[in-house]
Design a protein around this ligand. Structure first.
Ligand code: NIG
Ligand code: FE
Length: 411
């Protein structure tokens, strides 16, 4: 007896025996079992195979997936999902010609979000963030990274991380958390003093309450220099926080080099990189992560993802869901942008958003593929003709049913 049996699956996508990242040419291969069945028991993927050899199974629940595909849930390895409020007033300013950097320098941007977040109670922040957690689950995401960075005081950074942890406890989403105190310098504090607060107060307090898995720094002109980034993440490492870096979003900032030097799990954004950064990444295990929603929304050049893949690198795709540069947590749309704007094939984009993001979050043993024993996180599509249809039909949802931790999620 199993808990759930899915029958007549048109294509069981991303069936893999071996976990781990997919790089270079291999990104073009997406293993798929046609005309398949899959069983789920106690929240895990129990077994799967061809319908030609369907074993005599009894199941508490049976789903007929005729004409529909089963995909492993997306793993979104970079978000700022916990925030207080949207910033569409800045969107309008940008339409009228202001740049992201100008808005930030005038007290908008991250500082604007920090002001709003500081005024909210932890419960209120949780309620607002919970709505977004269900929104992203509804668009096919099963595991997610959530950063702090809109608190900018010890109290408010801890508040954000507690909310992120609570989302992981109170929803079927798997949540990894990242301390991003070094997102911007708060008003009324000098750069020097704020870095001291991060190092002496925030990092020890975050570690004490075990609120974060990772540490991140916005390494960017006008925010934190490469030298400051290195200092901050090295301090985090002393407290068991592994680095992941906001690198090369607006300028060729040296972020990639710091990420490689400090052994970061990932360097994210990469709109402004060239052959030097690609060569640097080739000598590392750092996961290059592209955030197509942010490049699209800010009208930045798209990262050279094609060149990275040709150079044999792995590439991961995440949303960067946040109120300032990417107000969208929809991974399918990120796949469309990666295919349309960066010429990834659908196979490459799907690998980037499942296997490689799982690897970047150290979740590759449990998430990111259809593998016996992995967490039963997957979605069943609507009736679509092929897997390429998913990124092709940009802006439409091809998702019909969502199963997280072995349970059908009802919205
Ligand atoms: O990843 N770049 C820094 N952080 C976010 C944007 C934050 C904001 O504008 O609120 C990003 O794009
Ligand atoms: Fe970000």
């Amino acid at each position: 007896m199993v808990d759930l049996l899915i029958k007549n699956i048109k294509g069981l996508v991303q069936v893999r025996e071996i976990p781990g990242r997919v790089a270079g040419k291999s990104m073009g291969t997406l293993p798929m079992l046609e005309n398949a069945w899959m069983s789920v028991h106690r929240g895990r993927i129990a077994d799967y195979g061809s319908m030609n050899h369907l074993p005599d199974l009894t199941a508490l629940q049976v789903i007929d997936a005729t004409n529909r595909f089963v995909f492993p849930s997306f793993v979104d390895s970079h978000t700022h999902l916990v925030f207080a409020a949207s910033r569409e007033e800045e969107f309008v300013l940008k339409i009228k010609g202001a740049t992201y950097a100008e808005i930030a320098a005038n007290g908008g941007g991250i500082l604007n979000s920090a002001k709003k977040l500081q005024a909210l109670s932890e419960d209120e922040l949780f309620e607002r963030s919970l709505l977004r957690a269900y929104e992203v689950m509804g668009s096919g995401t099963g595991a997610i990274e959530i950063k702090s960075g809109y608190g900018l005081s010890t109290r408010d950074e801890l508040k954000m991380l507690r909310v992120a942890r609570r989302i992981g406890r109170e929803t079927p989403l798997t949540v990894r958390t990242t301390f991003l105190g070094a997102h911007a310098v708060p008003v009324g504090t000098t750069q020097f003093d704020y870095i001291r607060i991060i190092e002496e107060e925030m990092i020890p307090a975050v570690a004490e309450e075990k609120l974060a898995d990772y540490i991140d720094v916005f390494c960017e002109q006008g925010f934190f220099t490469p030298a400051e980034t290195e200092r901050i993440v090295e301090r985090g490492k002393q407290f068991g926080l592994k680095p992941r870096i906001h690198a090369n979003q607006l300028h060729r900032s040296g972020g990639v080099q710091v990420g490689v030097k400090t052994g970061a799990l990932s360097v994210d954004h990469l709109e402004n990189i060239g052959v030097e950064e690609i060569a640097c990444l080739q000598n590392s295990n750092v996961m290059p992560t592209i955030l197509p929603g942010a490049a699209f929304f800010l009208n930045l050049p798209f990262p050279p993802a094609r060149q990275m893949i040709e150079a044999g690198l792995p590439v991961a795709i995440a949303t960067d869901y946040n109120p300032g540069s990417a107000p969208c947590g929809n991974m399918s749309l990120m796949l469309s942008l990666a295919c349309i704007k960066m010429k990834l094939t659908p196979e490459e984009a799907i690998n980037a958003a499942t296997m490689n993001t799982a690897s970047a979050l150290e979740l590759d043993a449990t998430h990111g593929s259809i593998t016996r024993g992995k967490v039963a996180n997957f979605f069943i599509t609507t009736e679509i003709p092929s897997i390429a249809y998913l990124p092709y039909a940009f802006g439409s949802s091809c998702i019909n049913q969502i199963i997280l931790q072995g349970q059908v999620v009802n919205f």
